[in-house]
Design a binder for this molecule. Structure first.
Ligand code: SF4
Length: 88
């Protein structure tokens, strides 16, 4: 996989399909082209990602998944660092 291919992936692409493909197919972020918005720098707000999460039907489950599996980035409308919520 090239670096270009990595940049073109969306968050939904990165979600583990083994955790139920149909489940994640409902993700509001699926196909979102602004990949970097889901992994903000500490000084950067994440209003864009938070706004998409606000309308997501699996928001709560997404946050639970991030905490349970040690994810980083914006999940369920919150920012996580290795499974720990660092921004509400
Ligand atoms: S809650 Fe946010 S990060 Fe999680 S699947 Fe929905 S849109 Fe994506």
């Amino acid at each position: 996989m090239t670096n270009t291919a990595l940049r073109e992936q969306t968050l939904a692409d990165l979600l583990p399909i083994s955790d139920s493909k149909d489940y994640w197919a409902r993700a509001a972020c699926k196909g979102d082209p602004n990949h970097e918005a889901w992994f903000p720098y500490p000084s950067q707000d994440f209003d864009y990602a938070r706004g998409i999460c606000a309308g997501c039907p699996i928001r709560r489950e997404c946050g639970d998944f991030a905490a349970r599996t040690g994810q980083s980035g914006v999940w369920g409308g919150h920012e996580y660092d290795r499974g720990k919520m660092i921004r509400d």
